[in-house]
Ligand binder design. Structure first.
Ligand code: GUN
Length: 291
């Protein structure tokens, strides 16, 4: 019997964020270790309040920075801190020449205006790429040294696995300022045809089925099912949702994994990439500062 190759089922590739991030982190560590100890990149993370998830993320960011040989510091501010006090803290960090990257952990308490706060961070130290000037640079295609970490992590993953982007139809589900909008712009920058979907999109499944690259970033557990994916597509799951004490993504992994060409798991997909790109951003800002 002759086997028709086209009839053979090709197993989908699991995009391993742990391994991909470790390769990147190892490269960064090599670069950092040769720098003089007293003059290395420094990341300062500011956290306001006691959001448990944010506390976990912040500690992990500081730990990874230290493992790479960078300097890092976490500033913990009380949930009731007045906005003006946080602004003063940021202005001090802007002036401190030993600091290269400033990250204000989001979400902020309700009494603060997030855009006001992000606008106070010096664009040259904006390790998240969230300052309006850096958002504008992303929009215009004049990319700043530090791009939003999760979107940059998604792009790094696509590059690492040599998934074609130019000319492909990329569908992004979610339009947040942190992920959906910037990842859409980065895909466009690399010549994908980009569609951004959201809660008012009609027949979401039909739109998603057109995607060669599908990025799910809405925060709705297992929203994306087998009906939403085209055979052979690359599916990137940015969702981190806690359901019955378990972390699940925006994609129903079990339902779609056989159908697609590539898929990120949750956990172990985009999550580790975000931290690795934060480290790369800190090093990039240090270099751009000419130090
Ligand atoms: N909270 C969730 N994701 C992020 C991020 O990428 N940056 C900051 N500053 N806060 C976040």
């Amino acid at each position: 019997m002759v086997t028709d190759l086209a009839d053979m089922v090709k197993p989908s590739v699991i995009l391993d964020g742990k391994q991909t991030s470790q390769v990147l982190l190892a490269d960064l560590k090599q670069e950092i270790q040769v720098l003089p100890e007293q003059h290395r990149p420094k990341l300062v993370v500011v956290i306001v309040g006691e959001d448990p998830a944010s506390q976990v993320y912040v500690k992990r960011k500081a730990k990874v920075a230290q493992e790479l040989g960078m300097h890092s510091e976490v500033r913990w501010l009380d949930a009731t801190t007045p906005q003006v006090d946080l602004e003063r803290e940021i202005l001090d960090l802007n002036k401190d020449v030993s600091v290269h990257g400033i990250l204000v952990q989001l979400p902020l308490p309700k009494h603060m205006n997030t855009l006001d706060i992000l606008s106070v961070i010096s664009p040259e130290k904006d390790v998240d790429g969230f300052h309006p000037v850096n958002q504008g640079r992303l929009l215009s295609g004049d990319l700043p040294p530090a791009l939003p970490c999760t979107p940059a992590g998604v792009m790094h993953m696509l590059h690492a696995y040599q998934i074609p982007i130019a000319g492909q139809h990329a569908v992004v589900v979610g339009r947040s300022n942190i992920v959906g909008k910037p990842v859409g712009l980065l895909l466009l920058q690399e010549n994908a045809t980009v569609t951004v979907c959201h809660s008012r999109t009609q027949d979401l499944a039909a739109v998603c089925r057109q995607a060669d690259i599908l990025v799910a970033a809405v925060g709705i557990p297992r929203l994306i099912g087998a009906d939403h994916v085209k055979e052979g597509a690359a599916v990137i799951d940015v969702g981190i949702n806690r359901v019955d004490g378990k972390l699940v993504g925006d994609v129903d992994f079990e339902a779609v994994k056989e159908k697609v060409g590539y898929i990120t798991p949750v956990p172990g997909g985009v999550g580790p990439m975000t931290i690795a790109l934060l480290m790369r951003n800190t090093l990039s800002l240090y270099k751009a500062a000419g130090q």
